[in-house]
Ligand binder design. Structure first.
Ligand code: ARG
Length: 466
């Protein structure tokens, strides 16, 4: 039986009927639909609309539906309009007409709002947990990297040397912000719409507090119109995933770049690379390439969802059915991708020799060289100019700053002295960046410890929600 056929004289156009269904994708909400329905049934009993026997019957029926579905596959119901209709049909098949009582005093509008919140909440918990695991691996690799150095780039031109650990920790910062954004989204979505009815609130005295507690929400929603029409949580979620995707995509780009023969900073793990059907020598970075590619779809989903919501009048409109797939797809992509990235990061091999070589060439010590003069009283603009001239000299001679004889340096500025050479070695340059957040070995050691603590507390929080 349809959920709404009473006022209609004509049957639905067959093609339209199929086209407007959402069961194909909203069936993944089943467990949340069952949980929310059980809470609603209890509230109906407390409101005097179900007898104790009817409640037991309905609760057992709902449980049975869950068990049946676990044993088989859902998707073979070709009539169910959506997950709400499916559960009603199944319930009536199991317990008879009492099943129809479950829908008393509620609307599918609040049901889908509730189910989708529960889905997003669970997806957030899973994502945060996976981010914690990814960050742990970055933290471990940073710990193992010791004092290995590499060049840092600005404009993709060599800028200054940094510790490999410092570079890895930059990603930890991004991912920890992603986790934090998801946690913020979780806190803002964690309100229970049940009892909001179709738009104006339930027409029977449902105990909203009880339903809220049963579903582990922090409180009930405050306005029935907003509760039925709000999809902010879905937008926030897919946007937070977009930013995570952007971070992963930037990571992917660096993996691809640094694994090329031109950089050769790292060796791609064979278990996550593929060969070429034509060129026998190739080992291609497919994992990071696909991460970079899939990020496009995640951003597309976030954009699409925002456009779907823009301009909708309050409260429920069928357009809202279109908000589900972007959420499901983005969550699916991210939850499949993160563990693969984690494994890839565990096994990627850094070539410390190549990185060191690159870190030491290309005048990556020029800024510290200028600072040497500044410390000796030379105004920084003039010191900059002077070292620029020294670089020019090196370019003509095909050497580095440390290769210039002192006499040549002193002809550029008399403040250069013999201790200049010790001031611009790689170790000195690294040690010079000795501010919190900088790349000196001591600061990076602190940063690793600090990052590990934050990763741990993230994992503990994720665990508490699991
Ligand atoms: N399948 C619908 C959706 O996802 C459920 C809500 C239907 N509500 C309605 N008034 N037709 O949006």
């Amino acid at each position: 039986m349809k959920m709404w056929s009473g006022r209609f004289r004509q049957p639905l156009d067959a093609a339209f009927e199929q086209w407007q269904r959402s069961f194909e994708f909203d069936q993944r909400l089943l467990r949340y639909e069952l949980a929310a329905s059980s809470a609603h049934a209890r509230a109906l009993k407390n409101a005097g609309l179900l007898s104790s026997d009817e409640l037991i019957c309905i609760l057992q029926g709902l449980q049975q539906i869950g068990a049946n579905v676990e044993a088989s596959s859902l998707s073979d119901d070709s009539e169910a309009e959506d997950i709400h209709h499916f559960v009603e049909k199944q319930l009536v098949a199991l317990i008879g007409d009492t099943g129809y009582k479950l829908h008393s005093g509620r609307s599918r509008n609040e049901q889908i709002a509730t189910d989708l919140r529960l889905y997003v909440r669970a997806a957030i918990d899973q994502t945060i947990q996976q981010i914690g695991e990814l960050c742990s691996v970055f933290g471990d690799r940073a710990g193992q990297a010791g004092i290995t150095a590499m060049p840092a780039y600005t404009h993709l031109q060599k800028a200054e040397p940094v510790l490999v650990a410092h570079w890895l920790l930059a990603y930890v910062e991004m991912f920890l912000r992603d986790a934090d954004r998801l946690a913020g989204c979780r806190a803002r979505l964690n309100f229970c719409p049940l009892g909001s009815g179709a738009v104006a609130g339930a027409t029977v005295p449902l105990d909203r507090k009880m339903m809220t507690q049963a579903l582990d929400f922090s409180a009930s929603t405050s306005n029935s119109i907003d509760a039925a029409s709000d999809r902010d949580f879905a937008i926030e979620f897919v946007q937070a995933l977009s930013l995570l995707g952007i971070h992963l995509s930037r990571w992917a780009e660096e993996m691809i770049l640094f694994s090329s023969q031109e950089y050769a900073f790292l060796d791609l793990p064979e278990a996550f690379s593929t060969g070429s059907s034509a060129m026998p020598q190739k080992k291609n970075p497919d994992l990071p390439e696909l991460v970079r590619g899939k990020c496009g779809r995640i951003i597309g989903n976030a954009t699409g969802l925002a456009v779907t919501l823009k301009g909708l009048p309050l409260a429920y409109n069928k357009d809202l059915q279109e908000t589900q797939q972007p959420v499901f797809e983005s969550a699916g992509i991210v939850l499949q991708m993160l563990p693969l990235v984690t494994e890839f990061m565990k096994s990627v091999r850094f070539d410390a020799g190549k990185m060191l070589q690159a870190a030491q060439s290309g005048f990556t010590n020029a800024w510290v060289a200028a600072t040497y003069l500044v410390r000796r009283g030379v105004p920084s603009r003039l010191a900059h100019e002077c070292v620029g001239k020294a670089v020019q000299l090196c370019l003509e001679r095909g050497c580095e700053l440390q290769d210039l004889p002192l006499a040549d340096l002193q002809s550029l500025n008399p403040r250069f002295a013999a201790d200049f050479y010790a001031a611009i070695t790689l170790d000195s340059v690294l040690a010079a960046h000795d501010v919190p957040g900088g790349t000196s070995p001591a600061r990076v050691r602190d940063a690793i410890r600090d990052a590990r603590e934050r990763i741990l507390s993230l994992s503990q929080e994720a665990h508490a929600h699991a």
